[in-house]
Ligand binder design. Structure first.
Ligand code: UT7
Length: 334
């Protein structure tokens, strides 16, 4: 069976830098608290009206297509992962298809939050392996800042999240020894409301939302039980990374670079310690961009690639955990 490989990467973040200090102008927080608890120094937030989730996705996609040495017309399928679509429906996959002027190819939207890109990559991997498609555009993009509660009440969530997009072109590998080795996907719906945005939803349509709305109603904002999520994250990351390694008869020592979902620097450091990985085996850029959910893995992977930390023959591990809960890993021989 043929293999799938990543032929081109791209990312885009808004120019507008929001520092920790900037956040203190509208909520009770501090640069010290945010750095200490999350590692984040700054993040990018869209200036309202200047961009969208699909718009950032398109910019990242154009870069990935160019870096793959392809034209938009070579793409035969689109997979778009996000929790912050421009519209409630349709999802942004079709907007990318339109913006790139690609014929009427299929566009699939993935709603797996922080695990979204790895889930999407896994779908692309299967389609390529079976021969159904040849060049799949996989995008993760988030416009978080438009939906965050920018008050002290929302600080536990708001300080963490940043906007941005990352993309990859997945194509058939001409070398049987290189490409995506395996992907591993999980979920645990009993924790669905531990990291969630409850309304709007079909179970709570607009009339009801308006009627119900009160000062105390926070269901329009993302909610996160931070400690609870943290504890699960530091367990699930090593677990799903080990699952991928064991499926391929490999060990943590074989990893050239782990690119984890950029949830919190402390989580990545915990995973690094648990798995006895050296500093050069783990890539982090949350310090600059915050947590960009579905965009974080492809943004980090692109930066790692640009910095020469992803080389032909390297064993690259992608891993993610987040809302759902869902978590996933992918092992790639670059
Ligand atoms: O990406 C998808 C998955 N998400 C994650 O993996 C995130 C997992 N969770 C986390 O990263 C961490 O739990 C957080 C960064 C969200 C929070 O860090 P924490 O060390 O768990 O802090 P905490 O929620 O236990 O809060 C500690 C204190 C509280 O005050 P008291 O009750 O001790 O007086 C909070 O009210 O810090 C307070 N606090 C803040 N203070 C200043 C919470 N948020 C802030 C803030 N600035 N932004």
């Amino acid at each position: 069976m043929r293999k799938a490989r990543i032929a081109g990467l791209g990312f885009y973040v808004p120019e507008n830098v929001v520092t920790n200090q900037d956040l203190t102008s509208f909520m009770d927080t501090s640069d010290e608290w945010i750095r200490e608890r999350t590692g984040i120094e700054e993040r990018r937030w869209v200036v309202p009206g200047e961009d969208t989730t699909s718009g950032m996705g398109v910019k990242a996609a154009r870069m990935a297509i160019e870096n793959a040495g392809l034209e938009a017309s070579d793409i035969d399928f689109i997979i778009f992962a996000t929790l912050s679509p421009d519209y409630y429906f349709p999802g942004p996959g079709v907007q990318v298809q339109e913006a790139l002027g690609i014929d009427t190819i299929g566009a699939l939207d993935v709603r797996n939050q922080c695990s979204g890109f790895v889930y999407a990559l896994s779908v692309a991997d299967q389609y390529i392996k079976t021969g159904m498609y040849n060049n799949i555009l996989v995008i993760g993009s988030e416009y978080h800042s438009g939906g965050l509660e920018k008050t002290t009440r929302g600080r536990g969530v708001t300080v963490i999240f940043g906007d941005g997009a990352g993309a990859a072109v997945v194509t058939a590998s001409d070398d049987a020894n290189r490409g995506i080795l395996s992907t591993h996907l999980h979920s645990e719906g009993k924790n669905a409301t531990e990291l969630a945005l409850i309304g709007p939803a079909t179970s709570r349509w607009v009339d009801q939302i308006i009627a119900d709305h009160s000062e105390e109603d926070t269901s329009f904002y993302p909610y996160m039980n931070g400690n609870y999520v943290f504890k699960h994250a530091v367990t699930r990351f090593p677990e799903v990374i080990m699952e991928a390694l064991m499926a391929n008869n490999l060990t943590p020592a074989d990893i050239d670079l782990l690119v984890p979902h950029q949830a919190n620097l402390r989580i990545a450091q915990f995973v690094q310690r648990t798995m006895k990985l050296r500093d050069d085996q783990v890539f982090n850029n949350i310090m600059k961009y915050g947590n960009t959910t579905a965009a974080s893995v492809p943004i980090a992977l692109t930066e790692a690639f640009q910095q020469g930390r992803v080389k032909p023959g390297d064993l690259i591990c992608l891993a993610a955990f987040g809302s759902g809960f869902t978590w996933a890993s992918a092992l790639i021989r670059w």
